[in-house]
Write a protein that binds this ligand. Structure first.
Ligand code: TXA
Ligand code: MG
Length: 321
């Protein structure tokens, strides 16, 4: 079953027998295993070529599981989960002993979320467990948003759930109880605006901040990288002729064919197809992809923060023009 699409029942048996299977979520496909099975966890690290210092997210399917995984007394945790789950928000909380140190890379905190894909939620209820699932790609490469993307890079069984509806990874939020701060470790489509409306809806005196630390485990600069170089062109100009840009790119990549990945006005529509479009561009090994970031464009707002984070980390080079 390696490297093939499997049925729901086959995916259940794989999980129950301590194997790993790629599963759909609303953000990206994850490479999943039973969180209680050390052998499955080890396989995930090996298959992804992921260093053991980079911890894994646990996916859960009910409030009962949330209590089992994490230690908390503040009602804010359940309020957050009731408001945002199932959905693309990962919470970093103090772990219970049931969560192995291998999952958290030795940290006393664990990252958890309830995904919003019916197949994966059903997989967890049928197998009566939670799933550790990092994105189903080789470490530091582009995340998969379709079953075929997984099969193109990993020899694993895949449960096909169609194209992912969000298309970029979840927001990662550390909940700092003492200071009453929600600290965004990785931006996603749930941003300060959504978190602040949660805060005002519940009349709380919590604050939202971007993490000050650039040293959380998965924050390395090179990430989400496609198989061809991606260039980020930054400019103050409103109208840049593509001939000029392409000539500049050829100074660095003389034998390659520059191809633009066009932005869209709506970040959510662009985000849904972003990794897919990167993978399509990468099919032509002679091309270099490029994205133009205009400082005066409509793509500067908060809704674009998560996308610029992914684009910058996926880029081989930034050229100011
Ligand atoms: O949308 C998502 O979050 C997808 C789907 C499959 O759920 N998962 C995902 O997993 O993006 P992964 O492993 O590719 O990225 C998870 C990030 C990593 O950068 C990791 O370092 C960080 O979460 N992380 C995991 N556990 C953590 C912890 N205890 N403390 C801080 N960061 C943690
Ligand atoms: Mg990943």
């Amino acid at each position: 079953m390696l490297g093939t699409k499997v049925s729901f029942q086959q995916a259940c048996s794989i999980i129950k027998n301590g194997g790993v299977v790629a599963v759909p979520t609303e953000t990206v496909y994850g490479l999943a295993g039973d969180f209680k099975n050390i052998n499955a966890i080890k396989q995930i690290f090996q298959i992804k070529k992921r260093p053991l210092w980079d911890p894994l997210i646990i996916h859960f399917s009910s409030k009962k599981e949330l209590k089992k995984l994490c230690k908390y007394s503040d009602p804010i945790v359940e309020k957050l989960s009731d408001y945002f789950h199932p959905g693309p928000l990962t919470l970093v909380l103090r772990k219970n002993p049931i969560v192995s140190d291998l999952i958290t890379a030795g940290s006393s905190k664990v990252a958890i979320r309830m995904p919003r894909h019916p197949l994966t939620l059903k997989l967890m209820t049928q197998t009566n467990t939670c799933l550790v699932a990092p994105s189903a790609n080789v470490f530091s490469k582009t995340s998969p948003t379709r079953a075929d993307h997984v099969l193109e890079s990993l020899q694993v069984p895949v449960l096909n759930g169609g194209p992912c509806e969000v298309g970029i990874e979840s927001t990662i939020l550390e909940v700092c109880f003492e200071k009453k701060i929600f600290s965004i470790l990785r931006p996603g489509f749930i941003g300060p605006k959504e978190l602040n409306s949660f805060i005002s809806r519940h009349q709380l005196n919590w604050k939202v901040q971007q993490s000050q630390s650039s040293s959380f485990p998965g924050s390395h600069q090179k990430h989400y990288q496609p198989d061809i170089p991606l260039i980020l062109i930054q400019t103050d100009e409103e109208h840049l002729p593509s001939e000029g840009i392409e000539k500049k790119i050829k100074e660095y990549y003389p034998d390659c064919i520059p191809q633009e990945l066009q932005l869209k006005n709506n970040p959510y529509i662009f985000g849904r197809e972003f990794y897919h479009n990167l993978k399509q561009l990468s099919k032509n090994k002679n091309s270099v992809g490029y994205i133009v970031q205009k400082s005066k464009s409509g793509q500067c707002g908060e809704d674009w923060t998560a996308l610029w984070d992914r684009i910058e980390k996926a880029s081989d080079k930034v050229i100011c023009y």
